[in-house]
Every structure is written in structure tokens, then in C-alpha cells.
Design a protein around this ligand. Structure first.
Ligand SMILES: [Zn+2]
Length: 480
């Protein structure tokens, strides 16, 4: 009998704060500026330069902490995390260590149609390091170039309890966290530019065990897909090690996107001893509870609240509401369609179905789709008033997605308008009755099931454009 294993996963997420200037100096944080154009003695770590805390960064960090359900501490302390690295000219990073800004939160998220919660241990403030550039410059193969524009950019680090059990749950949770941070205006969610990235701690243990195994840390993952693949890979690797009689060693690994596996970076023996001590150039950070409450009052509706409102206000099943609140854009798209059409359930069906499929097929963001909410609402209206059938509507949607035409124009262009006009339908019904004396006789002798056959004949006659409900009524009128 072989033992089955479960993975135990916790995340440490680094989120850049959307301030215009850096955390301890007045340099800009604009992404993509020419290297080393947004620097000064403070963020270059020149001797004698003194840091001054950016109040805007503190406000955004408090906002995030509140949205993640944390309690904000009235006093927190910045510390020096000492290590040597070429992109860290000071020789230390200013971060919060023993006394972080906020603790004890939780985040609810959807995964596989289930609602789960991850507990947040802490949210703390820190500065980002510079960037080493290994390509794109003359003699890049011989030299590493340094760009200090990112040095001193404000970050929050969000640390979770190891409450996650699968790679897909980890990705779904990370995605929910991104939506929250974007919704509250704290982070731009741009993972490609590195403004949101995470480290994953993963260990395995026999299913049902309560003790934690030895954990491996995977550093700097900047996409949901990589997170999922890295955890899946690591889960398999650790099981293989154990099954082969080995021991999982505590170490830091990197996800190598090129080969699709994790590779060892350093083991515990080589782990840094950061020699933290309180930053002598910054006083303890005092945050008044009144200010915290003031910030709390400015928080917008969060994804979880929005989900519940979709259930209450639009009568959607909770699973649909969960799906539609996966991202702020999707929630907005649905809600605008629901409002413009006045038909929330139909709007939900379309957004969950055709709209998401289309996004996947085209590989584009919602905002790039040619069918936007008002146009979709008009199409939903055509179905609702019986002017097109459900299947015709799907073809019209396809056409609208390619041409940007309105629903009316696409319907006319495809010749899919449902025939509702009494005279045309009457003529078609009469023609079918004349052509099918046997079926008519059967119906009149009490075999009412024949009606379906006759409706089908009329639909055929009208090339599928008749309104089946109207055909049904007309046939009954003429035959009964
Ligand atoms: Zn600076």
C-alpha cells in the first residue's frame, strides 16, 4: 500500500504600492524610465543620507491591511535587514521585522466552486531593491548592469498561514488577493512588470497528518500559471525524494520558466543571517486609530461583499456570483450588462458563457473585446422580446465580436431576424397543414404529440426563423 501525500502551502506576497514617489525619498516611481534616472543619495545609499518616511505609502499599506481584515498596530518599527547584494548599495534593506504594521487578517476566495479562507499572519512595509540587468547592453555577456530606479520603491509584504492545500487553490487565492489590491487602489496588478510577485513555501506530509513537513521556498513568482506549475512540480519532486528513501532538505529554489522545473538556489546552511536591528534613522511608526478608521470609511466595496450583493440584488446563485467577481473588470462588465438590459440572470449566463469563451479564444482582456456591455445588453433584449432565437443570438454574438456591429445590424446582416409577422407565419402554417394531411388527421384524432412534428415543419419552411412559440399558437388555432 502506498501512502498518499498532501501539500501544505503558504505564500509571501510582495506588492508595490501605487505612490508617485519612493518610500524614503522624493524620487519618482515611474516604471520603464531610463536606467538610473530616478535616483538620489537616499535611494542610492550614499553615506550620510537620511530616510524620511512617505506618509502616502503608510496610508496605502493601512488600506491594504484593512481590506485583508488585519488589525493595524498603533506602533510598528522599521529594521535593517543586512545582506550584501550588488543591487543593494546600502548593504541593508529597510523592512519591518519584529513589530509589523498589521497582523491577523483573513481573505475569502473561490476555488473549484468552493469558498475558502486563508489567514493572514502579517502585513508589513519595506523598500524594494534595485535591479540587476543581464541582457540588452553592450557586452552583456561579460558584465551585469545595475538600475537603481526600483531601489526604495515602497512595498508591502503579505504573509499567509500555510492554509493552502493545492496548486490551483494557491493560484485562485493569489488572484483574489490581486483583485482586492487593485480594487482598493493599492496596486496596479501588473505582474509582468513585477509590481506584484510572490514566494511560495511548500512542504508535503502524509494525507491526514497534522505535523508540518520540511518546507522549500520558491522565490519570485510573477504569474498565476507559474505559481501553479511551480507548486505542482515541487509537490511531485518532494514525493519522489521521500519515496526514494531520501529527505526533503530546507532550501530556497527558483522556478525556471525555460525548462519548467524548480532549481536549487541555496540551502539552509547557506541561508542568510540578516542580523536585524531597529533602523536608527527612523522613529517608530505611530498610526492613530482615528486615522485608521478614517481610511476604513473610504474603502470601496470589496470582491467578497460584491459577491454577496450580486446574490441579494440579482438573485444569482452563489457560485455564479463568485465566478463573476473573480476580477473587478469582470464584475463591472457583468453589472453594466445587467443594468443596461434589466435582465441580470440572462446577463450572467452570457458573461459566464460566450463572453469568457471569447476572451479565452482571442486571448485578450475584457476591455479589448468588440462586444461591450451596452451592445451585449441590446442582444439580450432581442432574445427577450422574441426577435431572435437563442441559437441565432449566439451566431449574432460571434458576428458582433468580429465586426463591432450593433446587435440589430448583425442580426439583419445574418438574416436571422425571427419571423414574428402574423401574415407570413400564417401563410407558412397553412402551407404545412395542406402538405401534411396525414399528420393533421392524426393530431385531430387525439395524437397531440404530432403537433411537435408540425411545428418542426413550419420551422423548416421558414429556415428556422419563425418564432416557435407563435407557430405553436397558430397551429393550435387552425387545428383545434
Ligand atoms: Zn531617491
Amino acid at each position: 500500500m502506498s501512502i498518499t501525500f498532501e501539500s501544505v502551502i503558504g505564500l509571501e506576497i510582495h506588492s508595490q504600492l501605487l505612490t508617485d514617489t519612493k518610500i524614503f525619498c522624493g524620487c519618482r516611481t515611474t516604471f520603464g524610465a531610463a536606467p538610473n534616472t530616478q535616483v538620489c543619495p537616499v535611494c542610492l545609499g550614499l553615506p550620510g543620507a537620511l530616510p524620511v518616511l512617505n506618509a502616502g505609502a503608510v496610508e496605502l499599506a493601512v488600506r491594504a491591511a484593512l481590506a485583508l481584515g488585519c488589525s493595524v498596530k498603533s506602533t510598528s518599527v522599521f529594521a535593517r535587514k543586512n545582506y550584501f547584494y550588488p543591487d543593494l548599495p546600502k548593504g541593508y534593506q529597510i523592512s519591518q521585522y519584529e513589530l509589523p504594521l498589521a497582523v491577523d487578517g483573513q481573505v475569502t476566495y473561490e476555488s473549484d466552486g468552493q469558498t475558502s479562507t486563508v489567514r493572514i499572519i502579517r502585513v508589513h512595509l519595506e523598500e524594494d531593491a534595485g535591479k540587476s540587468l543581464h541582457e540588452g547592453f553592450p557586452e552583456s555577456e561579460a558584465f551585469t548592469y545595475l538600475d537603481f530606479n526600483r531601489s526604495g520603491v515602497p512595498l508591502i509584504e503579505i504573509v499567509t498561514h500555510p492554509d493552502l492545500r493545492t496548486a490551483s487553490a494557491a493560484a485562485d487565492f493569489f488572484s483574489r488577493l490581486r483583485t482586492i489590491l487593485q480594487t482598493i487602489g493599492v496596486n496596479d496588478g501588473n505582474m509582468e512588470e513585477g509590481s506584484l510577485r510572490c514566494d511560495a513555501n511548500i512542504s508535503i506530509r502524509p494525507s491526514g497528518a497534522t505535523e508540518l513537513g520540511v518546507k522549500v521556498e520558491i522565490k519570485n513568482i510573477n504569474s498565476f500559471r507559474y505559481l501553479q506549475r511551480a507548486i505542482d512540480y515541487e509537490y511531485d519532486r518532494q514525493i519522489r525524494v521521500v519515496r526514494e528513501g531520501g529527505v526533503v532538505v530546507q532550501e530556497t529554489r527558483l522556478w525556471d520558466t525555460a525548462v519548467g522545473r524548480t532549481v536549487s538556489m541555496r540551502s539552509k546552511e547557506e541561508a542568510h543571517d540578516y542580523r536585524y536591528f531597529p533602523e536608527p534613522d527612523l522613529p517608530p511608526l505611530e498610526v492613530g486609530q482615528e486615522w485608521v478608521e478614517e481610511i476604513r470609511r473610504t474603502l470601496p466595496e470589496l470582491p467578497e461583499q460584491r459577491k454577496h450583493r450580486f446574490v441579494d440584488e440579482y438573485g444569482l446563485p452563489e457560485s455564479d456570483a463568485g465566478l463573476l467577481t473573480q476580477s473587478g473588470e469582470l464584475s463591472n462588465y457583468f453589472e453594466e450588462t445587467a443594468r443596461a438590459s434589466g435582465l441580470p440572470k440572462a446577463a450572467s449566463k452570457w458573461v459566464k458563457g460566450e463572453v469568457l469563451h471569447r476572451m479565452k479564444d482571442e486571448g485578450v482582456e475584457l476591455s479589448a473585446l468588440k462586444v461591450q456591455p451596452v451592445a451585449l445588453a441590446a442582444l439580450i433584449g432581442l432574445v427577450d422580446t422574441g426577435r431572435v432565437s437563442g441559437s441565432a443570438a449566439k451566431r449574432i454574438f460571434e458576428r458582433m465580436s468580429e465586426t463591432s456591429e450593433t446587435a440589430e445590424i448583425a442580426m439583419a446582416a445574418e438574416g436571422l431576424a425571427q419571423i414574428d409577422d402574423g401574415d407570413t407565419l400564417s401563410a407558412a402554417v397553412k402551407a404545412v397543414i395542406d402538405a401534411q394531411p396525414e399528420a393533421v388527421a392524426n393530431y385531430r384524432s387525439g395524437k397531440t404529440g404530432t403537433l411537435g412534428f408540425l411545428v418542426g415543419q413550419v420551422m423548416c419552411e421558414t429556415h428556422g426563423k419563425a418564432n416557435p412559440k407563435r407557430v405553436n399558437e397558430l397551429l393550435r388555432q387552425k387545428l383545434d
